[in-house]
Ligand binder design. Structure first.
Ligand code: NAD
Length: 416
């Protein structure tokens, strides 16, 4: 695929699935574009007294299955096409886990690393004021994403509540617990991914207790994947881990909790006790049972895919495999749990947060975990069955499951 515009990629993926599903032109054309988009320019007073104007977006891709839902990025390279693509992928993600929501996404073009806390708060509140008439608990609910935090969600929920004159915690998810967050949201993405690994291993006959695993990226998703593997799958050998500064390797295995401690205290995984250095490139090519790409896009490409050997690739990151590399993984018989299935645990618990906010009744942690397990396990098997019955790879199968559900809802509503 020569074109690297993410929205063109999202449209091409849709076209491939639409072709296999035999969707009519009306359905296909509606699914190729966001239903609604808002572009705003928002003035924010900076600490030096000047007013800076920020461009920002909110895209509501498709709400046939329910109110739209999706994160908000604060990023200097944000574009409307990135937000459109992410909104499309959110539509497929909420559908594949079968939660009654559509897909949306937001973005503000800014560099939060160069902004003070006060400037970030003023920007967050100004963005909420600018989009408040466009969103709502029954319309479109944002959440954190790249460079946006639970604190930013708390400011935005507060701003919306002030505008309405009463508390509206359900306007946004990923909030801190004292202002209506859900228990279990912090590790939901990795936990959901681990559930899909457990189900894959049953089908592929892999003994996870003695299996080896490696993790690229050691942030929220990667760190929790490391510790939850041991906790939920009863053992395993973590033989390599990396972050943006470098990686560490030990063929005999490393203690996940101690690695997390080391990362938190030193800011890096390098120099962990009894480990040797490993590059990110080599980590991806290790002969392991399970590989968790948990960093950024385009980690597995046509350049390195020939050397990738992991039996199962659980894509906790969004878009870690390029379309060309994906085809090769399938031909090589490696089993991929595609990103919008593998990392859907995050939006699933965000949905649980919405439900708890709307009923003003909060669930104990075990209830969150049990409900997440049910959703992820069911979603995994729906995709696996499609993969078997249509003889397509797991990613195409995930598209077929989710797009057919959205298409069916549009048909039942009489839109197409
Ligand atoms: P994060 O910022 O907490 O962690 C990212 C990690 O990747 C950091 O450890 C960073 O050092 C590392 N990294 C960056 N570049 C790297 C490179 N070239 N090689 C190796 N490591 C590198 O982010 P996160 O929340 O863990 O998200 C990671 C991925 O998971 C992203 O693709 C994100 O979109 C996806 N994701 C996260 C969630 C969630 O709930 N956190 C939900 C869905 C998808």
């Amino acid at each position: 695929m020569a074109e690297l515009n993410p929205f063109k990629i999202a449209q091409a993926q849709l076209d491939e699935a639409a072709e296999i599903l035999g969707l009519d032109n009306g359905t296909r054309n509606l699914l190729r574009w966001p239903m609604r988009e808002l572009v705003v320019h928002i003035p924010v007073r900076m600490d030096n007294g000047e007013v800076k104007v920020f461009e920002a977006y909110r895209v509501q891709y498709n709400d046939a299955r329910g109110p739209t839902k999706g994160g908000l990025r604060f990023h200097p390279a944000e574009t409307v096409d990135t937000v459109r693509a992410l909104a499309a992928w959110m539509t497929w993600k909420t559908s594949v886990v079968d939660i009654p929501l559509g897909g949306g996404k937001g973005g503000v073009v800014c560099n939060p690393k160069e902004m003070s806390e006060g400037e970030l708060e003023r920007l967050a509140r100004a963005y909420m004021r600018a989009i408040a008439h466009f969103i709502g608990p029954d319309i479109d609910v944002p959440a954190p994403d790249v460079y946006t935090t639970p604190q930013i969600m708390a400011w935005m929920a507060d701003e919306y509540s002030v505008m309405r004159g009463y508390n509206v915690p359900g306007i946004i998810t990923g909030k801190p617990l004292p202002v209506g967050g859900s228990l279990g949201r912090h590790d939901a993405t990795a936990r959901g991914g681990i559930f899909t690994v457990r189900e894959s291993a049953k089908l592929l006959g892999i003994d996870l207790k003695s299996a080896t695993y490696a993790i690229q990226g050691f942030g929220n998703a990667g760190q929790y994947a490391a510790t939850l593997y041991k906790e939920l799958l009863g053992g395993g050998k973590l033989i390599a881990v990396s972050d943006s500064r470098g990686g560490v390797f030990n063929r005999d295995g490393m203690d996940p909790a101690k690695l997390v401690e080391h990362k938190l205290s030193t800011g890096r995984v390098e120099n962990f006790t009894n480990s040797e250095p490993i590059s990110n490139e080599k980590l991806l090519e290790l002969d392991v049972d399970i590989l968790f790409p948990s960093a950024l896009e385009n980690a597995i490409t046509d350049k390195n895919v020939g050397n990738v050997k992991a039996k199962v690739i659980c894509e906790l990151a969004n878009g870690p495999t390029t379309p060309e590399a994906d085809k090769v993984l399938y031909e090589k018989g490696l089993f991929v749990i595609p990103d919008f299935l593998a990392n859907a645990g995050g939006v699933t618990v965000s949905y649980f947060e919405q439900v708890q906010n709307n009923t003003n009744f909060y669930w104990p942690i075990d209830e969150v975990y049990t409900k997440l397990d049910e959703k992820m396990t069911r979603a995994f098997h729906a995709v696996y069955e499609m993969h078997k019955s249509k003889k397509v790879n797991m990613r195409v199968a995930a598209y077929l499951v989710s797009i057919s559900r959205v298409a069916e809802a549009m048909k039942l509503r009489g839109w197409v």
